[in-house]
Design a protein around this ligand. Structure first.
Ligand code: T5A
Length: 216
């Protein structure tokens, strides 16, 4: 978080289907019931231009393969738009911003998954984020089979097709998971949440964590 921002910036991270959207919504409702102004947003996306970039990034089939560096640059292009037009203004107004994925996902998916150099990501991160860092990150962790099974159950129930990332092979997702594990060891802002447990138990831990963040 920037030192000038009165709001809190909280990100939710983890692999496919671990429960980020479900739990962001739960945390937002809980905070709003306590009179806190909350904005829920996501990456890639969050503003009209960033959502357009998201469509290109997630679209399962293109007439050509997406170059990994182009994918990385698009993630940061969407992020720049999101930070400038939504995240920073909201924090400056004193809102809490709850964001479904942020740069930790880029490190895990493009850095570890696609095996792009972490130095390139670090350079882009400095350019795009400057002094902005999440105040706190909840890393939802579950075995791959659990998360992917939940994600598949949700897309089947909604009649949706799998996106471009969900088409990847198991070894890609294993590297992504190693990336999140590595990040959790580097960054003290990351709080690990065992998301394989029943939802009520996951949410109990999230509330306990939220209560440590402010005078709630
Ligand atoms: N990406 C993103 C990058 O490669 N680089 C980047 O920099 C960024 C920002 C985004 C894709 O983009 C990639 C990563 C992604 O592949 P997305 O649609 O945001 O795509 O994909 P996911 O984050 O995977 O979203 P999902 O909606 O699939 O997963 P969630 O949000 O983690 O899971 P959720 O809440 O939808 O839950 C899934 C199902 O499980 C149930 C829920 O009810 C739901 O049905 N569930 C539980 N069931 C039992 N017990 C629990 N504890 C449960 N928690 C949830």
């Amino acid at each position: 978080m920037t030192s000038a921002s009165p709001g809190l910036f909280i990100t939710f991270e983890g692999g496919e289907g671990v429960g980020k959207s479900t739990n962001i919504s739960f945390c937002a409702d809980w905070l709003r019931a306590r009179g806190i102004e909350v904005i829920v947003t996501r990456e890639p996306g969050g503003t009209p231009i960033a959502e357009t970039i998201r469509e290109k990034l997630l679209k399962a089939h293109h007439p050509e393969a997406m170059d990994p560096l182009a994918e990385l640059l698009l993630m940061f292009a969407a992020r720049s738009q999101h930070i400038q037009n939504l995240i920073r203004p909201a924090l400056a107004r004193g809102c809490w911003v709850l964001c479904d994925r942020f740069t930790d996902s880029t490190i895990a998916y493009q850095g570890f998954g696609r095996q792009l150099p972490l130095q390139q990501i670090s350079t882009l991160k400095a350019l795009v984020q400057q002094d902005l860092e999440p105040h706190c990150t909840f890393l939802l962790e579950a075995p791959l089979a659990v998360g992917m099974g939940r994600a598949r159950g949700r897309t089947d129930a909604a009649g949706e097709a799998v996106d471009r990332f969900e088409q990847e092979q198991l070894d890609f997702f294993e590297r992504v998971q190693q990336g999140f594990d590595w990040l959790a060891q580097q960054e003290s802002r990351i709080r690990r949440i065992d998301a394989a447990r029943p939802l009520a138990s996951v949410q109990q831990q999230l509330l306990a964590e939220l209560q440590t963040l402010g005078a709630l």
